[in-house]
Design a binder for this molecule. Sequence first.
Ligand code: 5GP
Ligand code: ZN
Length: 117
Amino acid sequence: MTNEHSDCIFCKIAAGEIPSDKVYENEFVYAFNDIVPKTPTHVLLIPKKHIASLHAATDEDRELLAELLRAATKIAEITGVDQSGYRVLTNIGADGRQTVHHLHFHIHGGRKLGVDI
Ligand code: 5GP
Ligand code: ZN
């Protein structure tokens, strides 16, 4: 991990320094089950590169952002929600209720979702 932030929990998870329940991984991204699942399927999908939020991504990250969205659909298939439907979301900043400041997409599914998940 070339740009791991020493105090970032998701950098440590991507590096295998903190255990996680892995769902999917490739060269660029890592996905694992949320420790407090809000829905029957609740996967967190992160870039291995530390980016603080979607808003902190730059034009240099264009391919990585595309990789993340492609991985999200693969994860839907892996978790079996691709036919029933699912939601991909990312929280940004204080009003967005982002609590971990390493870009992550939540993948929710496994039941009919409400407005607030
Ligand atoms: P946010 O509120 O930043 O969008 O989402 C952060 C998510 O990370 C929360 O759903 C929270 O449950 C999850 N989370 C925080 N720490 C850990 C951890 O150590 N392991 C796992 N698997 N999930 C975590
Ligand atoms: Zn990080």
